[in-house]
Design a protein around this ligand. Structure first.
Ligand code: A3P
Length: 302
């Protein structure tokens, strides 16, 4: 966790500085030393795009023969403690776990852009799932998260300046559009290697996306599992409302020392409308047109 911020400092700016000073080292080590195994599943996201949800879902798919849903480790452990954040939890300055201690198949998370991933991820047969979210909800979610991370109250008057930086591409993992477009392109070129999912689609139709995810992982649901309602059971276990209300996620801290509750806020599509002005929206629409035109990629904002 970050130390308490001095008054008047925007937590988003501070988080970026904090990230650079603390995590760059781990990102480089991850690039240089990570050896992917063919059975690995790499979860890639831009921060605040639904990583927690994706971690819960994939961990459950991968381990469903080890634990029945009623005994899932998710009931007592935050998803971030089950699926490590590679550049921080494993390769960061204060690692909290070793890759050798993870069950196989390994499910591993990263926020790194596709172009910065370790070569072994691209060269091995491991698979990558990218989850993206519309940039407005992601931006608002990020602001709330940065405030919690720095233990300061959320201050809406700081949005404008931070929004301007965001639109100029200044963020911990580089410009949002580059991040998304790199993974999008990789998913088009290598569909067996990279699965591209959208948070809004998953919220709208969780069952079919969950099936696609399991199939992509090489662990499709059998007809028997489907008839037994396993899909619905897992989706319920991993749902925002269920995870948010678990004792562990309400009152405990992650191994890294952050309150688990900070990963669960609203879990909705369209919350940005409560914060952003029409002129901000206009600026974003122009930016989206400029950056995503011709890519075939679109986003739902409500
Ligand atoms: P909001 O701040 O909009 O509520 P990440 O997991 O990448 O850090 O993203 C966090 C966002 O995902 C937060 O969005 C959080 O509430 C939402 N979230 C967390 N768990 C979720 C779940 N099980 N289902 C859907 N959304 C979830």
């Amino acid at each position: 966790p970050m130390e308490k911020l001095p008054e008047g400092i925007d937590p988003c700016f501070y988080e970026r500085h904090w990230y650079r000073s603390k995590f760059i080292h781990g990102s480089i080590k991850f690039q240089e030393h990570f050896k992917a195994q063919d059975t690995d599943l790499i979860l890639a996201t831009f921060p605040k795009s639904g990583t927690t949800w994706l971690k819960a879902l994939t961990f459950t798919i991968a381990n469903r023969n080890n634990y029945p849903v009623s005994e899932s480790p998710l009931l007592t452990t935050n998803p971030h403690d089950l699926v490590p954040f590679l550049e921080v939890d494993v390769y960061g300055k204060n690692p909290i776990l070793k890759l050798e201690d993870l069950p196989s198949p390994r499910v591993l998370g990263t926020h790194m852009p596709y172009s910065a991933l370790p070569i072994s991820i691209k060269d091995s047969n491991c698979r990558v799932v990218y989850l993206c979210r519309n940039l407005l909800d992601m931006f608002i979610s990020y602001r709330h998260f940065a405030a919690k991370l720095s233990n300061t109250p959320f201050d809406p008057s700081l949005i404008e300046e931070s929004f301007d930086m965001f639109c100029r591409g200044v963020s911990s993992y580089g410009p949002f559009w580059d991040h998304v477009l790199e993974y999008w392109k990789a998913s088009q070129e290598r569909p067996d290697k990279v699965l591209f999912l959208k948070y809004e689609d998953m919220k709208e139709d969780p069952i079919s996306h969950f099936k696609v995810l399991a199939k992509f992982m090489g662990l499709p649901f059998s007809a028997e599992e489907e008839s037994q309602g396993v899909i619905e059971e897992v989706l319920k276990l991993c749902s925002f409302n269920n995870l948010k209300d678990l004792e562990v996620n309400k009152n405990e801290k992650t191994r890294r020392g952050n309150p688990c509750s900070m990963f669960f806020r609203k879990g909705e599509v369209g919350d940005w409308a409560n914060y952003l002005t029409p002129s901000m929206l206009e600026r974003i629409n122009k930016l989206m047109e400029e950056k995503f035109a011709g890519s075939g990629l679109n986003f739902k904002f409500s």
